[in-house]
Design a protein around this ligand. Structure first.
Ligand code: AP5
Length: 213
């Protein structure tokens, strides 16, 4: 099963992706995590992506398509994938479509997390992320060091969770990412809408129901 998680920054894609992956038995690919690891390690990919990410802008489509091409062909991804943070532009949707066809697969559903901007700003201004495994936490949650078994990373604030970068990311979402949903509609891909507000496990259950419905 190949599923695209879709929604505004802070909608809960990164929280839900591993939960859904575990339940559905497929791995995740989170482009934001791949890019942040590259920035930390100072690789050429990281150097290329760093400034755009800190501003809240998108990194170039060809960079994202390169990551997807390299990852999705791996045997670990042959049974399916949960894509977290891709696709964010129409050219990325077209590129993923081509790549899936080359692999004899297709996007089975777009799972769209629905949430308003006020809740987003509240969530992102209170978010802390593990510097090792990238698990997101909300301020005030127990979890420093990271509570994930065997991790023990430290919790950090992301540079793009500063107020100006949050505003920029929401603007970029409306301008460049929201149109992707219409692109998938025009291709007849199933779009499953999920109310993203509420307790985390309740959102996971709604997401499962939306995928099955
Ligand atoms: P990325 O890391 O993908 O960031 P994003 O899409 O902006 O999404 P976020 O990680 O901010 O939010 P999320 O939806 O995962 O929410 P989360 O679960 O953390 O990308 C970062 C950057 O990389 C981009 O800006 C861009 O520069 C670049 N990039 C990445 N992919 C790209 C692409 N395809 N093309 C171009 N550029 C790309 O939750 C947020 C907070 O809410 C957390 O604190 C969490 O604990 C809390 N929370 C979650 N669920 C709930 C709930 N149900 N109730 C209460 N709180 C909750």
């Amino acid at each position: 099963m190949n599923i695209v998680l879709f929604g505004k920054p802070g909608a809960g894609k990164g929280t839900q992706a591993p939960l859904l992956a575990e339940q559905l038995g497929v791995p995740t690919l989170a482009t934001g995590d791949v890019l942040r690891a590259a920035v930390r390690e100072g690789t050429p990919l990281g150097l290329q992506a760093k400034a755009a990410m800190e501003r809240g802008d998108l990194v170039p489509d060809e960079v994202i398509l390169g990551i997807m091409k390299e990852t999705l062909a791996k045997p670990a991804y042959s049974r399916g994938v949960i894509l977290d943070g891709v696709v964010r532009t129409v050219p990325q949707a077209e590129g993923l479509d081509r790549l899936m066809r080359e692999l004899g697969r297709r996007v089975d559903a777009v799972l769209c997390f629905d949430i308003d901007n006020e809740e987003i700003v509240q969530r992102l201004s209170g978010r802390l992320v593990c510097d090792k495994c990238q698990t997101p936490y909300s301020e005030g949650q127990p979890g420093d060091p990271c509570g994930k078994p065997g991790c023990e990373g430290r919790l950090m604030r992301r540079k793009d969770d500063e107020p100006e970068a949050i505003r920029r990311r929401l603007h970029v979402y409306e301008e460049q990412t929201a149109p992707v949903l219409d692109w998938y509609r025009s291709k007849g891909t199933r779009i499953a809408m999920v109310d993203a507000v509420g307790e985390v496990n309740a959102v996971t259950q709604r997401a499962r129901a939306a995928l099955e419905g």
